[in-house]
Design a binder for this molecule. Sequence first.
Ligand code: PMP
Length: 340
Amino acid sequence: MKAVLELYQTERQVIGNGIMLDANEHYKQWVKVPGSALTGLNRYPDNSAIALRQKLAECYCGDGIQTENILITSGSIEAIDVLIAAYKPSALILNTPSYDVYKLRADAHGCSCELIPLDSSSQPQADRIIEKAKEGSMVVFISPNNPTGKLMDPALVRRVIKNSQGMVIIDEAYIEFAGLQNSMQSLAKEYPNVIILRTFSKAWGLAGIRLGYIISNEDNIRHLTPYRNAYSVNAVALTVGLHALDQQDELKIQVERILDHKSDLIYRFEHAGIAVHRTEANFIVLDIPDVHTVHQALRQKSILVRPRPLLGNLRQGLRITVGSPDENRAMFNAVLEALA
Ligand code: PMP
């Protein structure tokens, strides 16, 4: 096990609050929750989260997914821990560049990581993954991926699932932006070794309440459940989640709005001669020569963005969450000024 564990670093720990385009959240809390809904907080929350699981199954998940196929977690980050604790993988196989937390949590659990670079089309190298995916390993796909922003080709994912002797995780934190028709959740019913992760932190705009869920077959959900800490999902999160699911028409409107703001940003950057990597998520990645300088210039103005590795992992791009029109304008002007 690593002697000193690396901390999960956020921009906010370094420069405090400002224009926060660093964590791929929604720029506002759009889900409406009547204050009167937050009652009964003297009681522990329902540890089985039955009402939320039922509602997710009925009105949001589809593909024959039922209450028994869902485990509610305190954000996807708790789900990652639960998966590593429950399956004790011999190695986590990550398609890089990838979301940092997988490696950090693997280190914390004393689990090694195999890093396999995505190919030049941002797709997994299925044969190389299969070669490494021995019994007891755990393969992680993120679709759309963070930070490349691309959906994983379902044919390649299926090939890995069929030929892997361990579990295969598909993290769909950003799936609402790509469209739920691109979800691979049906694979969780089809194969015994598939786990889907979802969250309310991105399109639903509820990162602050820490709410996510796992979709898998009944046996896997039964196996995973005791590894989640008792009451880890609090009563406020459960209540707000239920209210959110009643606002699905608004979810569509909010997603469309973010996608419009994203198109607008891409148009403006490209017309200014700045290369942008397009994504299927709520962020863009600028491909600029001196990422460090621009990052520092934005920090000076309290505009928070994050340098993230580009494909190939050798160079960095600047990952920028799509914010409100005002935030986007301020960020755009600051980037142009820094590059002038
Ligand atoms: N998975 C991916 C791919 C992410 O990018 C993030 C957040 N940046 C998470 C999971 C964590 O989500 P949550 O807030 O649900 O813990």
